[in-house]
Design a protein around this ligand. Structure first.
Ligand code: PDD
Length: 286
């Protein structure tokens, strides 16, 4: 089954999808996106993803071209037309096609694109063994809360991690933890889960919300507050979370063991809570 994508009102094979070179997404990275995990054919936390997508539209001043009901129909159609029980649905909107000028063009129609990728949740060995991360100064812009397709900073930082055989980069700005290149970061110290506050320096992750909710609902001590670089470097556990990584334990940071060097007990608890929650939600959707 060839991959079917959606572009400006039509479904087509991926290889047939074309955009004009003057699309502002191509020229300026002038667009926004969402990545929605799909388990057993059911999108996970879709209303929350669509609410964040709406906030991204508002932040970059593009009128959302579709209602939530229309986005939901599109997501379901992409799932149905593509292979795999577990998928990740990618949605992107750009400001549209216009002669190159930084200021917004008048009367252009946004470009709307959607595709599906197979979602492979982290393998058991990765969950049980943990992952490596490096650290870096967060030199991205000051609107990291917008899920923008302008991702050059994130790509450069992620490549630095890849060059070091690490899965992610844990970033600091002015001595405080921000996030990863494509994930949020949690820390555990003395049994307390520490989460970064939601502000303009981090993407408000949908997985982050699930983890915070699960900690609170299950009596895991959690504090949402600024986390210093020193706290990260002396943490008992570090986790990264995202729609495609779910929750993973970072077991070495800059080649130094985190805690015991193995995924910690609190991670084990959260990983199970997350998987149980996913199963419950999917059972209810079925
Ligand atoms: N990235 N922070 C950044 C910078 C991200 O790009 C992402 C997600 C997250 C986690 O958000 P969520 O839990 O909603 O996936 C945090 C997606 C998966 C991506 O760009 O592919």
């Amino acid at each position: 089954m060839s991959e079917i994508v959606y572009l400006n009102g039509e479904f087509m094979p991926l290889e047939d999808a074309r955009i004009p070179v003057l699309d502002r997404g191509f020229i300026f990275g002038d667009g926004i996106y969402e990545v929605i995990p799909v388990y057993s054919g059911h999108p996970f936390r879709l209303p929350e993803h669509l609410a964040r997508f709406e906030r991204s539209h508002q932040a970059i001043r593009i009128a959302n071209p579709m209602s939530d009901a229309e986005w939901t129909r599109l997501v379901r159609e992409l799932i149905a037309r593509n292979a795999g029980d577990d998928q990740s649905i990618y949605l992107q909107v750009t400001r549209g096609v216009a002669r190159r000028d930084h200021a917004f063009p008048k009367d252009v129609k946004p470009t709307v694109f959607g595709m599906s990728n197979l979602l492979s949740t982290p393998a058991r060995e990765v969950v049980d063994g943990g992952v490596h991360a490096i650290t870096a100064i967060d030199y991205r812009w000051l609107k990291c809360d917008v899920k923008s397709t302008s991702l050059l900073g994130n790509c450069l930082l992620r490549q630095a991690a890849a060059d070091a055989d690490a899965i992610e980069v844990v970033m600091f700005r002015d001595g405080f933890l921000t996030e990863g290149s494509s994930s949020n970061v949690f820390v555990v110290k003395n049994g307390v889960v520490l989460a970064t506050p939601k502000n303009n320096l981090v993407l408000p992750g949908i997985t982050y919300d699930v983890v915070v909710e699960l900690a609170r609902a299950n009596g895991l001590p959690i504090e949402v507050r600024p986390i210093t670089e020193a706290e990260v470097r002396s943490a008992d556990e570090i986790w990264v979370t995202s729609s495609t990584k779910e929750v993973l334990a970072v077991t070495s940071l800059d080649e130094k063991a985190v805690g015991s060097g193995k995924p910690g007990a609190v991670f084990g608890r959260m990983y199970k809570l997350y998987q149980d929650f996913k199963s419950t939600v999917m059972r209810q959707a079925a």
